[in-house]
Design a protein around this ligand. Structure first.
Ligand SMILES: Cc1cc2nc3c(=O)[nH]c(=O)nc-3n(C[C@H](O)[C@H](O)[C@H](O)COP(=O)(O)OP(=O)(O)OC[C@H]3O[C@@H](n4cnc5c(N)ncnc54)[C@H](O)[C@@H]3O)c2cc1C
Ligand code: HEM
Length: 400
């Protein structure tokens, strides 16, 4: 528990962090990478360049300060960080480095306002939070029986083009078996060495059922856009990986999994490549012969952009209570509403009949998730029934 002496300084920091949080985390990463260039291999440098990781860390620190007495509000945030940290291989030895540079950045950005008392309070708060994370990360990696940061070489047994932008890779152990158990919705870290020698890890959701004899990841190639360069790892994978190659892959982690309640209805909402964990979930439910009521709603540009369609169609033949609804923003001229897709336009939950009592799982770009989250909240769905996966650092905008 935070000491009584530190408490007023942390409380008083909330508005300061709201104003300067991003400047502090930007400064923090710059000074840490200068002192420890080797850490660039551990961090996602695409998220650094786009600013997404700085935003995520700033939001986490702010959410921590704002909720110091309300541990329950932080539990899902911490759980996500813990899974991410274990997946990328963060160890206790990393924490003093981050602590030193984070406190240094608070001092530098706040200048005279960073009194010795304020810095001492944040030192205490940082180590309280770090202690919680270190303990939870140790428990999680022990549970998965894999030492922190372990990567295995898996064989790519098949490469399957799903759409113009999306490719599935099938992975097995060198002995030919499945790489192991996982919960539908979980992801793995894939580590590649880029042409400039930088190692980079990215997370990919496992897109097939745990019952399958392989793991499958389904990767969208991130093309260059107006002010943004092409995605490094997705383009590298698309350009280089073929059947027979090896990939370095970590164990499965992630807290975005099927709720254990085995009778309550499920509503799976996805957009774009956010379909990957959802297909794993319906494939698993199909393999288990589930009789649960499931609504699978997906938003995409049109049919030519929907990955994993065959598997979804197969799951539909196995699951008597699965309803599928598709929203196409720019349907192809040959696609007919009501036949090839359900509705034209963006996903609009008011056009669907939602089950009376359901768990809602959503995955897609941030604006998509914000829209669905707010629509469900306004429709009275309690927050504990809503679960989300973000394919990047979580900006935590639903909490702030
Ligand atoms: C839990 C989880 C599960 C995921 N599952 C999947 C999945 O199943 N399938 C899938 O395809 N992806 C998935 N992802 C996303 C995946 O991990 C990668 O983020 C994605 O493949 C892009 O990586 P990249 O290296 O190609 O792009 P990066 O090089 O990391 O770039 C990412 C984005 O940042 C932009 N960017 C880079 N530099 C700048 C700059 N200087 N200025 C502005 N913008 C910039 C890029 O244009 C790009 O849009 C998942 C992510 C998470 C966290
Ligand atoms: C109290 C301390 C820490 C906090 C509050 C924290 C917070 C976070 C947050 C919010 C994320 C983003 C999670 C998401 O994907 O939504 C994250 C990811 C990450 N953290 Fe930490 N972290 C801490 C300590 C550390 C340490 C000690 C390291 C090691 C150097 C580290 C390395 C990473 C890495 C590599 C990622 C993945 C980011 C990426 O994709 O680039 N963190 N952390």
């Amino acid at each position: 528990m935070l000491s009584a002496a530190s408490r007023p300084y942390i409380d008083a920091s909330v508005p300061v962090l709201r104003e300067h949080g991003l400047a502090i985390t930007r400064h923090f990463y710059a000074s840490m990478f200068e002192a420890h260039p080797e850490l660039r291999n551990l961090f996602n440098m695409g998220n650094q360049a786009s600013g997404a990781q700085q935003q995520s860390l700033a939001s986490a620190v702010f959410a921590y300060a704002a909720n110091i007495d309300n541990a329950a509000a932080l539990t899902p945030v911490l759980e996500r960080i813990v899974h991410k940290h274990v997946s990328v291989g963060i160890t206790p030895a990393h924490y003093p480095i981050v602590g030193r540079h984070l406190l240094g950045a608070i001092k530098d950005v706040l200048g005279d306002a960073a009194t010795p008392e304020l810095i001492a309070a944040w030192d205490e708060a940082y180590w309280l939070l770090a202690g919680e994370l270190i303990a939870a990360e140790a428990r999680l990696s022990e549970k998965s029986r894999a030492p922190l940061g372990t990567l295995r070489e898996l064989i790519v047994t098949d490469v399957d083009r799903e759409t113009e932008h999306v490719v599935s890779y099938y992975l097995r152990t060198p002995e030919g078996g499945s790489p192991g158990e996982f919960l539908p919705g979980q992801y793995v870290s894939v580590c590649v060495t880029l042409p400039d020698g930088l190692q980079q890890r990215r997370q990919y959701s496992l897109s097939d059922a745990p019952e399958a004899p392989h793991w499958r990841i389904t990767v969208k190639r991130e093309d260059a856009g107006d002010a943004k360069p092409a995605g490094q790892v997705s383009n590298w994978l698309h350009a280089n990986v073929k059947a027979g190659d090896r990939l370095r892959v970590g164990p499965a982690y992630g807290e975005f999994t099927l709720p254990q309640h085995d009778t309550r209805a499920l509503v799976l909402l996805s957009a774009g490549v956010g379909i990957t964990p959802m297909v794993s979930m319906v494939a698993a439910l199909a393999a288990q012969g589930s009789r649960r009521e499931i609504l699978f709603a997906h938003a995409g540009r049109n049919g030519s952009h929907v990955a994993l369609r065959r598997q979804l169609a197969f799951a539909k033949t196995q699951l008597p209570h699965l309803r599928v609804a598709t929203f196409f923003e720019t349907p192809l001229p040959i696609e007919r509403e009501g036949v090839d897709y359900t509705f034209a336009g963006r996903m609009d939950l008011s056009r669907l009949t939602l089950p009376a009592d359901a768990d809602y799982l959503m995955c897609g770009p941030s604006p998509f998730m914000q829209t669905q989250w707010r629509a469900l909240r306004d429709a009275g769905v309690p927050a504990e029934r809503m679960h989300r996966e973000v394919f990047g650092p979580d900006a935590l905008d639903h909490l702030l």
